[in-house]
Design a protein around this ligand. Structure first.
Ligand code: SGN
Ligand code: CA
Length: 513
């Protein structure tokens, strides 16, 4: 009897300790944020002091990958810890099956207060959240419409500020006796790059250097990299550049995907019309100058492309400044509430993005700039400050990591791995040394063919299976992936090794043919 009592007391003690220790989770995800546009990764474009603060106080990953570089699929992978072919969300046109097991559902069942605030993009109603306030579809930068726990509400103002206000409001009114998990998901810096009023024009005097591969001629990759429709040179004057088209002036049928024939001619007009008179006045005060500048220069050819590139980065980066400021607000709140130590804060994006590399914007390809996603995690209780990891981690790993830290058992169907050992600085010799990727959305926006592939430390093999094209890159010799060596006989042994790894991973992850 005494023994049983003792055991019961011990069990209760362990349980109560575990209860005390359960961390809070704040999962920050931005949309289309390239690593290069975070100063913790690269200081050449922008300063992001608040995101950097997370990196200085936590761990930053230099090899973090998405399984499918596009919005809604990436979010479904994050929620389920399973590849797109298993969770059913292969491209942006699918609808997420909300009845499947996700980490928010499991955390909610385990007593966490859960919230989903910001961009959702999964079509179906969010499941597993005590509170959800999600943008309609892609969401608008200005005066956005939200679905809020079943109601439809329009909020006047700037989306990045509004989403943060909602997150702070949720935290302020939370039940302080239970841990929380908040998915804090920004629309910014997604196309069409509308900065906050206070940031409009802030980069006007900067001259951004063209990336080394800006004038890629797509040699050895004509039918793949050469066949997309996401070149800076084809960006829309109206929609992307905020030029008011003259009567009769039309956008070309390019810059969005020739296969979908999207006519962008009136798009900027629609976006502009949705601004309030005072917002319009602020926009006009800067963009009228841009319009005049554009009309007076009469640019064409490379000069026009380079002008577009400057305009693109100006607005893209200004959107990130608002994200960074708002993250500062959140971090201050955590400090003020003494929540910082026991809260896991993740900073990531739904995928990477091209900032002119290969002449592009957008994502989708398995080439590095869009295959990688920024990833920074702070959790002062367990993670030493200022760490940098080169391990191959994936968006597949978020769900198991959160469940692990919350003390919830990880369903065996989950295909990712808990990153706990890496986060806590322990050697893990069994950690993956290669990553599998699979993109499906074609024909569609930007005309990127379906492909899958594998990357290890030295090589990358890509199979554009719809058109029967293979690519092989020697990443050490050719880090910009300009030279496809698949047909090169000097690489025949490597080609076979990579194909074997590709087959192995496809089998491991149960990829259909
Ligand atoms: C929109 C954009 C595309 C972008 C997709 C997917 N066009 O359709 O440029 O590739 O979203 O982006 S826009 O004119 O509507 O802005 S994703 O991040 O949601 O996958
Ligand atoms: Ca995105």
């Amino acid at each position: 009897m005494k023994k049983i009592l003792l055991l019961m007391t011990a069990a209760l003690f362990i349980l109560s300790c575990a209860g005390e220790k359960r961390p809070n989770i704040i999962y920050i995800m931005t949309d289309d944020h390239a690593e290069r546009a975070i100063s913790a990764y690269d200081t050449s474009l922008i300063r992001t002091p608040n995101i950097d603060r997370l990196a200085n106080e936590g761990i930053r990953f230099t090899n973090s990958y998405v399984t499918n570089s596009i919005c809604a699929p990436s979010r479904a992978v994050m929620l389920t810890g399973k590849y797109s072919h298993i969770n059913g969300m292969k491209d942006n046109r699918d609808r997420f099956d909300g009845s499947q097991v996700t980490f928010p559902v499991l955390l909610q069942n385990a007593g966490y207060q859960t919230a989903m605030i910001g961009k959702w993009h999964l079509v179906s109603t969010p499941v597993g959240f005590d509170t959800w306030k999600v943008l309609q579809g892609q969401g608008s930068y200005y005066n956005p419409l939200f679905y809020e726990n079943g109601d439809t509400v329009v909020h006047e103002g700037y989306v990045t500020d509004i989403i943060t206000d909602m997150v702070l409001d949720f935290l302020e009114h939370r039940d302080k006796d239970r841990p929380f998990c908040v998915l804090y998901h920004h629309k910014a810096p997604h196309r069409s790059w509308m900065p906050a009023e206070r940031h409009i024009g802030m980069f006007r005097d900067r001259k951004f250097e063209l990336p080394e591969t800006f004038y890629d001629d797509y040699g050895t990759r004509e039918r793949t990299a050469g066949a997309q429709d996401m070149e800076v040179k084809n960006m829309y004057l109206g929609y992307d550049m905020k030029i008011h088209l003259l009567p009769g002036e039309k956008e070309p049928f390019s810059g969005g995907g020739r296969s979908i024939n999207w006519d962008a001619t009136n798009s900027w007009k629609h976006v502009y019309r949705a601004l309030t008179p005072s917002q319009k006045a602020v926009f006009d005060s800067y963009y009228d100058q841009v319009n005049l500048d554009y009309r007076s220069r009469q640019l064409s050819g490379n000069e026009l492309t380079e002008w577009k590139y400057q305009r693109y980065l100006e607005d893209y980066l200004a959107c990130i400044v608002a994200v960074d400021e708002n993250i500062g607000r959140l971090l201050d709140y955590l400090d003020k509430e003494k929540l910082a130590k026991n809260t896991i804060v993740v900073y990531t994006s739904d995928q990477g993005f091209y900032l002119g590399e290969h002449g592009w914007f957008d994502k989708r390809f398995m080439y590095e700039e869009s295959f990688t996603m920024p990833l920074i995690i702070r959790y002062p209780k367990k993670i030493k400050p200022g760490k940098v990891s080169e391990e191959f981690v994936m968006n597949l790993d978020f769900a198991p990591t959160f469940l692990d830290y919350a003390g919830v058992s990880i369903p065996k169907e989950i295909q990712g791995e808990s990153m706990r050992s890496i986060l806590e600085g322990r050697e893990d010799s069994s950690w993956r040394e290669s990553v599998y990727y699979h993109y499906y959305e074609y024909p569609a926006w930007h005309d990127v063919h379906k492909h899958d592939g594998v990357r290890n430390r030295e090589y990358k093999l890509i199979h554009f299976y719809g058109i029967g094209v293979w690519e092989l890159y020697d990443l050490k010799k050719d880090p910009h992936e300009l030279k496809n060596v698949y047909e090169n006989e000097n690489y025949s042994a490597i080609r076979n090794e990579m194909k074997a790894e590709y087959d192995k991973l496809r089998k491991q992850y149960a990829v259909e043919d």
